[in-house]
Design a protein around this ligand. Structure first.
Ligand code: ATP
Length: 589
């Protein structure tokens, strides 16, 4: 309302004061000093805001409070505290012969002090909202701290910084209270207006007021301008096939503590295709990050094919890291991702993009890609820098079944054909079996079992491992005097080395339970579900033993009816009694 009313009065009045001497000089001083203040605040405030966004200590909290105090201080008091620092009789003031008051420098100091919080607060929020995983990703692509700040943090926080800079400039332009105390001369528009008001009354203040409003509107319009983002067509060199890579088995001994979670894991892989399998929250991602050098703890040991890398920072370790959440840089195109790595070879990037079926999408940004395409871009970025080891963190978990199966096949083929050495983190035993020869089963940050996939899947070391590798039913039974396993009215001639009459826990893989009309054992069909690829059957042995099996034909397994089956006793895994519910607490997480 006041603005509209002022505009009407301005349009209809006679003498508006444009002829008053000093008006245009005041306008020039205001624009120049506000712009200089904004540049100073940008140069000092943006790094400070970045530091505040990632610091949690008491010192950072104190700095955060101090940075915001000028907002709470009436501007005239800001002027007073500034006079105590830069006034003509202070240590600083005498060193520059009073040049920090009553000068343009004084105006800039007053405006900078009062307006800085606007930029720092906006930029700090923008930095805090960045996904820290992108910083990790940039580190594994070879970028050091300064390069990450310039190439990742600044572009991601650009909108917040721009908004903060506009607010700062506007606040500096309108600053009066601190300026009038610190630098009455040279006049800025607000000081000039106040002087005019006192000397000649209201009418001649129209010109400076209208000028200040006009400058602010032009500034806001300019700041709101978005130049169309030019899309540089990617200049793609001829693809070059990767050279056969040396096989790199990974070894590590890790001791990490985050919050109240303790990770203690040591393993020396014999194979260059390793999987870490475990339930949610078991420490898989922490393990992978430690191998990548992203959360190095003192005392950690990591080696690639015997080459110790624990002291090597993430950006120099030569790993390709594919993070869990398909994290990509929103400001980079597909081609820019593939060549973002410091060691990325454009010709190799062209080959990987072609191989991964991305060569038609080179100029797209992540928000213009499907989930599967984003995942492939992540892989291409990791592979284009010729990594020694590729670290895959549940890379396919958020994808639908056909896309996941397609990508699993692609990675399996790349492992075979290009000699990719991989460490895969997953909770899916089928994925682990597809993409690894050797598996580490972990829970609660501890190793449960390690070994070749076939060995671990056939002979799980405990009921918990059995469940984690996909055996749904673990049952209790007892050994007979003859050493056989008796459970649910059936007897299996197992060899265990345990004394007779021992209560035991046991399991057998569903595919090792063979349904046949003339089978030795007999069971009731509790349930049968056609899963497309096979029929999942649950058999009930006696009153209380459930056994998972697979069938080819639903007519073989009438629910509620009976069927016969055989089990190769050598495939039955028996442990001294742990109870059928052993490990349920870990898996329930
Ligand atoms: N920065 C942190 N501060 C405190 N606790 C953390 C931190 N990062 C991870 N944790 C805890 O460490 C444990 C292991 O985390 P991690 O991310 O390695 O699990 P994960 O096995 O990868 O799980 P998921 O399969 O769900 O991704 C979890 O209990 C988690 O809550």
């Amino acid at each position: 309302m006041p603005l509209v009313y002022f505009a009407w009065r301005f349009a209809t009045s006679g003498d508006r004061g444009f002829g008053e001497s000093g008006l245009w000089a005041a306008a020039r001083t205001s624009v120049a000093s506000a712009s200089i203040s904004t540049v100073i605040v940008l140069l000092l405030g943006v790094p400070l805001a970045r530091w505040l966004a990632t610091s949690t200590g008491a010192f950072a909290r104190v700095v955060t409070v101090v940075v915001q105090l000028p907002l709470a201080l009436p501007p005239v008091m800001s002027g007073i505290v500034l006079i105590y620092l830069v006034g003509p009789y202070t240590w600083l003031g005498t060193h520059v012969s009073g040049g920090l008051t009553g000068t343009t420098a004084g105006v800039v100091i007053a405006q900078t002090f009062v307006a800085a919080p606007f930029l720092i607060i906006a930029a700090r929020s923008a930095f805090a909202e960045r996904d820290p995983a992108l910083d990790d990703l940039a580190a594994t692509l070879g970028h050091g701290a300064l390069a990450r700040f310039l190439k990742v943090d600044l572009p991601l926080a650009a909108d917040g910084i721009r908004a903060g800079a506009v607010l700062t400039w506007l606040r500096a332009l309108g600053e009066y209270g601190a300026t009038v105390l610190l630098a009455y001369h040279p006049y800025t528009l607000p000081v000039f207006t106040s002087v005019q008001f006192s000397a000649t009354g209201l009418p001649t203040t129209q010109a400076p007021t209208a000028l200040a409003l006009g400058i602010a509107v032009v500034g806001l319009l300019l700041a709101g301008l978005r130049l169309p983002r030019r899309r540089h067509r990617a200049r793609v060199p001829s693809p070059v096939h990767p050279q056969a890579a040396a096989r790199v088995p990974v070894g590590f001994a890790l001791r990490q503590r985050v919050g109240d979670f303790d990770l203690q894991l040591a393993h020396r892989a014999g194979s260059d295709r390793l999987a870490v399998l475990g339930p949610s929250g078991s420490g898989k991602t922490l393990t992978l990050k430690a191998i990548a050098g992203l959360n190095a703890a003192p005392g950690d040991e990591v080696d690639f094919a015997g080459d110790a890398v624990a002291q090597v920072p993430a950006q120099l370790r030569g790993v390709g890291y594919v993070p869990q959440n398909r994290g990509l840089f929103p400001h980079l195109t597909v081609w820019e991702h593939a060549t973002f790595g410091v060691r990325a070879d454009p010709a190799l990037a062209a080959w990987w993009l072609q191989t991964l079926g991305l060569d038609q999408l080179l100029d797209r940004r992540p928000q213009e890609l499907s989930g599967g395409e984003r995942q492939r871009v992540s892989l291409a970025a990791a592979l284009s820098q010729n990594p020694r080891v590729v670290l895959l963190d549940e890379p396919f978990s958020a994808l639908d079944v056909p896309v996941r199966a397609g990508l699993q096949t692609t990675v399996r083929r790349l492992q075979r054909e290009s000699g990719l050495s991989t460490v895969l983190v997953t909770h899916d035993p089928v994925e682990a079996a597809l993409l690894a020869d050797e598996v580490l089963v972990i829970a609660d940050g501890k190793l449960l079992q390690a070994g070749p996939v076939t060995e671990v899947y056939r002979r799980p070391a405990s009921p918990t491992v059995a469940r984690l590798v996909g055996i749904p039913d673990v049952a209790v039974g007892r050994l007979t005097a003859g050493g056989a396993l008796r459970a649910g009215g059936c007897e299996f001639l197992v060899t265990t080395g345990l004394p007779a009459d021992t209560p035991v826990t046991w399991c057998v893989r569903p595919q090792d339970v063979v349904l046949r009309p003339d089978g030795e054992h007999h069971a009731v069909v509790e349930d049968a579900a056609d899963l497309g690829s096979h029929i999942a059957v649950t058999l009930r042995l006696g009153d209380d033993v459930l056994l998972a099996a697979t069938a080819r034909d639903l007519s073989q397994v009438p629910v509620g009816g009976t069927c016969r089956f055989d089990v190769d006793p050598a495939r039955v895994v028996v442990w001294a009694d742990q109870g059928a519910a052993a490990g349920d607490d870990i898996l329930a997480k």
